[in-house]
Design a protein around this ligand. Sequence first.
Ligand SMILES: NC(=O)c1ccc[n+]([C@@H]2O[C@H](COP(=O)([O-])OP(=O)(O)OC[C@H]3O[C@@H](n4cnc5c(N)ncnc54)[C@H](O)[C@@H]3O)[C@@H](O)[C@H]2O)c1
Length: 415
Amino acid sequence: MDTIKRLYPKFQNPLLLKIDRPMPKEVAIIGAGTIGPDIGYYIKSALPEIRLYLVDVVESQLNAAKARLEGYAKKAVEKRKMKEDKAKRVLENIVYTLDYNEISGCDFVIEAATENIPLKQQIFEKIEAIVSDETIITSNTSSIPADRIFNKMKRPQRATITHFFAPAWRSLPVEVIVWDKVDRDVVDYLCWFFVNTGKVPLITDNAICFMLDRVFDNWCNEAAYLLPDSTCSEIDKVAEEFVAAGPFYVLNLANGNPIIIETNTLQMEEGEHYRPAKILASVERWKTHRPGAKVEVDEAYRRKIRDRLLGILFSQSFDIIDRGIGTKADLNFGCQIALGFKKGPMDIMKELGENEVKRVMDRFLSDRPGFPTPKEPFSYYQDFYRYILVDEMDGVKIITIRRPQALNALNDDLN
Ligand SMILES: NC(=O)c1ccc[n+]([C@@H]2O[C@H](COP(=O)([O-])OP(=O)(O)OC[C@H]3O[C@@H](n4cnc5c(N)ncnc54)[C@H](O)[C@@H]3O)[C@@H](O)[C@H]2O)c1
């Protein structure tokens, strides 16, 4: 079945959906580590009147989360991005707690605790015992398929994955996963909720690492495999042709090494070629430059690094499309808004042309055998609408411009 129809059976634009359920009044985030407080700040900034609970098992994490949210609001006021009275309302009505029982009245609970299957299973059992049967429960896991974390729940039909990207208070996309037990009404509601609170929901299949993490994790892992023939700085510099910041710079920002080890180990269920590079386990911080700094790279090395990075990017993109993990448009667009790519992978392929893409893929597969190859002709991967969503209601076509990264401005391709 066509991927768009399977993932978006009604409409691609969630604003066209008819939703009976109101906006939540009380929301809980479980886990106040790196990303949990940022998700909380996004929700409170979009809906200052709600009551927000941040739950953790470590008090110092809650204290640090409170300081972080206060810092964000202060900075937003200083930069005149938020009025003082709004900042006050954003910071009001937030409960930082070690006590799960406090979340009993929540309509929506988002789990953002440590990436570990038994731990997440225990958390969902605990949440379910406290909240009502109607509460929607989601996980922010980066990689674990839904059935593996929700399998012990009594009512898994109200649970799915909502996968945010760092920095979650600002980054636009959220992957919303469809899996066999979740009610479609819950998926629709979540998409509607996200679009009404300033996010861009992208529906993806329940594959390991979903859609965009497959690109990100393997891009970073491949960069690590290019060491030590080239330095982190050289690799980042070559990557900057395609992304705002190179893989090592981003890994430092996100404390990402353990996440790549975890997620690529999970992907090894699909083959040995996904094995995480050993060096990821022994390095805490990478020695690299600030994006944009001048770095000399020998031409032969530049070509080698460029081909390998493009090879992994194209291989993952072909695989995501061939397996229907996400739509072509969501993948191309998501790489730009979630991962900082200057152009989407299919845009890069279009610019390089069929022969050059084939050359890159041939070289990549001879260096790194086992990775997925395209199953369709080149033109198939280029055949999609890049900046618009096309829906149909009562026989009338509805076109939505989707270029939030450029405030929906028209460009030559749209004219
Ligand atoms: N960091 C990112 O940029 C990012 C991006 C996308 C998804 N994710 C996912 O979000 C989740 C959290 O990631 P993170 O980077 O914030 O991790 P983290 O290690 O920084 O924080 C995890 C937090 O969970 C808390 N915790 C552990 N057990 C708990 C329990 N039983 N109840 C409540 N809290 C508990 C820990 O004390 C800690 O504060 C993971 O599943 C991760 O894969 C992270």
